[in-house]
Design a protein around this ligand. Structure first.
Ligand SMILES: Cc1cc2nc3c(=O)[nH]c(=O)nc-3n(C[C@H](O)[C@H](O)[C@H](O)COP(=O)(O)OP(=O)(O)OC[C@H]3O[C@@H](n4cnc5c(N)ncnc54)[C@H](O)[C@@H]3O)c2cc1C
Length: 493
C-alpha cells in the first residue's frame, strides 16, 4: 500500500461531471486529482470506433453553446472552449423533426420561432401557447443570469414543480400540442407524466437558444477537459476504481483505490451515482433512513442503442435529428425512436438509433460482465438491432447494404459507467422523487460532495451546472460570487 501527498480535493469519476469539477477546482487554485475506474477518461462523453466510423455515446447534441449563452460561458470560464469543435444546428432548417403518425413538427432554433411554429400548427391553442411562451422566457432569463447559483436563488412558482402533463392538461392543451411538448421531457430521461415543468423548461430553453453537435470524434470533448486539467496542474489516475472513502474526525480524509493505493485529501467530490457512493462510505456515516431513501430511488429508464453503417451516397448526412413518435391517448408518448444520420467516410455514413429498453428486459444477464454474457445475449442483441434497422426503413426508405456495427444495452452502460441499471440520465428526477433527489447534495460527511448528473440535473449543461453548484458550496458564496459568478455573468456576449 502506498500513500501519496495530501491534495486539496479528490474527484471520483471522469465523466463530464468529474472533469468539469476538477478543471473548475484547479482553476480556483486547488491541488486536485481525478480517479477513474476505466482505462480511458470521459465516461459517457467517450465515443468509440467501429468499422472506421466514430460512434457517439452520451453526446448527440447539446444546447446553449452560442456566444454569451450559459454553456459557452461556463466553458469559457473553465478555459476549454477552444478545444471544443462543434457545429451549430438549425441553420436554414430545423434542429429536430418529430414524425408522428398523422403530423410532422419541425423544432426551429429560437424561442420566437418555436412559438410561431406552435401557433401555426395548433391555432386553437393560441392563448395557452402565450402562457407557455411566457414561462419559457422566464426560465431562459433565469438560466442566462445563472440565477440558480446566486446568493438568493429565485422564488419559483409552484407550477414549476408539477408534472408537465398536469400543467398542460390543467391548461386544457390539445393532445397533439401535448405530444410535441412531451419530447423535451425525454431529453432528461422522463415522460411528461413524470417530468417537473422546471426540468422540461430548462432543457427546452437551452436547446432553443442554440443547438450544437460535436465535429470530429465524440471523445474530443473529453480530451479538451483532460488537456486543460493537465495545463492547470491537475492529475488524472486511470484504470484504478475508487473503492472506499475513509473518514477521521467526522470528515473525509482518504480514498482507497482498488489497487490498494491510498490518496489523502481535505475534500472528496464523488461525480458518481449516489448508490455507488453509499457502498464506499464508512459504516454509520449516514443515518439509516437516508441510506434507505437513496437505495429506494428509482432510475431513469434504460436505452437500447444501435450504430449502423449506411451507404453514404444513398443516405447523405442529415443536419437535423429525427424522432419517430407515437402518441398515446392522453397526449403522452407511447413510443419513440431517435435517429441521427451523421457523416462518416466517403462510402459509409453512421445511422444512430436510440430506443427505450428497460433494465428488466436484460435482467437474465445482470450477473454477467461486458464481453462475457454468452451467445443468448449476443443473439438477442443482434436480433433487436436488425429489427430496429429494418424499422428505420419506414423513415429513411430502403437501406440497401446497411449493416449493424454495434448495439448496446443498459447492461453495457452499467458496466462502463457504474450507473446502477445502466440508467442513462441517472436517478429519476420526477415530481414524486424530487423531494428525495433534492436532498442528495446535502453534506453527509464533512468535506464530501456529490457532483455528476445526479447532483442537480442530467445532460451536458445540467451536469456542468452541478459542478459549479459544488464549487459554490465548497468556497462559500462570497468568494464564489467574486471569482466565479461575477466573471460568468460579465463574460462578453
Ligand atoms: C445514450 C445516451 C445519450 C445521451 N445523449 C445526450 C445528449 O445528446 N446531450 C446531452 O446533453 N446529454 C446526453 N446524455 C446524458 C449525458 O451523457 C449525461 O447526463 C452525462 O454525460 C453524465 O455525466 P456524469 O459525469 O454524471 O456521468 P458519467 O459520464 O457516467 O461518468 C461517471 C464516471 O465515473 C466513473 N466511475 C464509476 N465508478 C467509479 C469508481 N468506483 N471509481 C472511479 N471512477 C468510477 C465511470 O467509469 C465514469 O467515467 C445521454 C446519455 C446517454 C446514455
Amino acid at each position: 500500500m502506498t500513500t501519496d501527498s495530501k491534495l486539496d480535493a479528490l474527484v471520483l469519476g471522469s465523466g463530464i461531471g468529474g472533469l468539469s469539477m476538477a478543471v473548475l477546482l484547479a482553476r480556483l487554485g486547488f491541488r486536485v486529482a481525478v480517479i477513474e475506474k476505466n482505462p480511458l477518461p470521459g465516461g459517457l462523453l467517450r465515443s468509440y470506433r467501429r468499422g472506421g466510423l466514430d460512434c457517439p455515446v452520451g453526446v448527440h447534441y447539446f444546447g446553449a453553446f452560442g456566444a454569451g449563452e450559459p454553456l459557452r460561458r461556463m466553458c469559457d470560464f473553465m478555459g476549454v472552449t477552444e478545444g471544443i469543435a462543434a457545429e451549430r444546428m438549425g441553420q436554414g432548417g430545423p434542429i429536430d423533426r418529430y414524425l408522428f403518425d398523422d403530423f410532422t413538427f419541425d423544432l426551429p432554433e429560437g424561442l420566437d420561432a418555436f412559438t410561431g411554429a406552435l401557433h401555426r400548427a395548433f391555432p386553437r391553442d393560441a392563448q395557452r401557447l402565450d402562457v407557455i411562451a411566457g414561462n419559457l422566457r422566464v426560465m431562459a432569463d433565469l438560466q442566462n443570469s445563472f440565477a440558480f447559483l446566486s446568493a438568493t436563488p429565485p422564488l419559483m412558482n409552484l407550477d414549476l414543480f408539477r408534472s408537465l402533463d398536469a400543467y398542460l392538461s390543467g391548461m386544457g392543451c390539445s393532445l397533439p400540442l401535448k405530444s410535441v411538448l412531451n419530447v423535451a421531457a425525454s431529453w432528461v430521461g422522463m415522460s411528461g407524466a413524470e417530468c417537473p415543468v422546471l426540468y422540461h423548461h430548462l432543457a427546452l430553453t437551452s436547446y432553443l437558444q442554440s443547438s450544437w453537435r460535436l465535429k470530429g470524434r465524440g471523445s474530443d470533448l473529453a480530451d479538451a477537459f483532460v488537456s486543460r486539467l493537465d495545463t492547470l496542474g491537475g492529475r488524472l489516475i486511470l484504470g484504478d476504481p475508487a473503492e472506499a472513502i475513509l473518514a477521521s474526525g467526522g470528515g473525509v480524509s482518504e480514498v482507497r483505490l482498488a489497487s490498494g493505493r491510498v490518496l489523502s485529501a481535505d475534500r472528496v467530490v464523488a461525480a458518481l451515482h449516489p448508490k455507488t457512493v453509499l457502498g464506499m462510505l464508512p459504516e454509520g456515516a449516514l443515518k439509516p433512513l437516508r441510506v434507505r431513501r437513496i437505495r429506494r430511488l428509482a432510475e431513469t429508464e434504460g436505452l437500447f442503442v444501435v450504430s449502423a453503417a449506411v451507404d453514404a451516397r444513398a443516405h447523405p448526412a442529415l443536419p437535423h435529428n429525427l424522432f419517430r413518435l407515437r402518441a398515446d391517448r392522453e397526449g403522452g408518448l407511447a413510443e419513440g425512436v431517435f435517429y441521427q444520420l451523421l457523416s462518416g467516410t466517403e462510402e459509409w455514413n453512421l445511422l444512430m438509433i436510440i430506443t427505450k429498453s428497460l433494465f428488466a428486459e436484460w435482467r437474465r444477464w445482470e450477473n454477467t460482465t461486458t464481453g462475457r454474457r454468452g451467445a443468448d445475449y449476443e443473439a438477442e442483441k443482434a436480433g433487436r438491432a436488425e429489427r430496429f434497422l429494418r424499422q428505420a426503413e419506414e423513415v429513411f426508405g430502403p437501406l440497401h447494404g446497411a449493416r449493424v456495427l454495434d448495439a448496446y444495452t443498459p447492461l453495457t452502460l452499467r458496466d462502463w459507467t457504474g450507473s446502477p441499471e445502466g440508467a442513462p440520465y441517472g436517478i429519476l428526477r420526477s415530481t414524486r422523487q424530487l423531494p428525495a433527489a433534492a436532498t442528495l447534495h446535502r453534506p453527509t460527511l464533512a468535506g464530501l460532495y456529490l457532483a455528476g448528473q445526479n447532483a442537480l440535473s442530467p445532460g451536458i449543461l445540467g451536469t456542468m451546472l452541478g459542478s459549479f453548484q459544488v464549487a459554490r458550496r465548497m468556497i462559500g458564496q462570497e468568494r464564489f460570487s467574486r471569482e466565479v459568478l461575477g466573471p460568468l455573468r460579465s463574460a462578453p456576449a
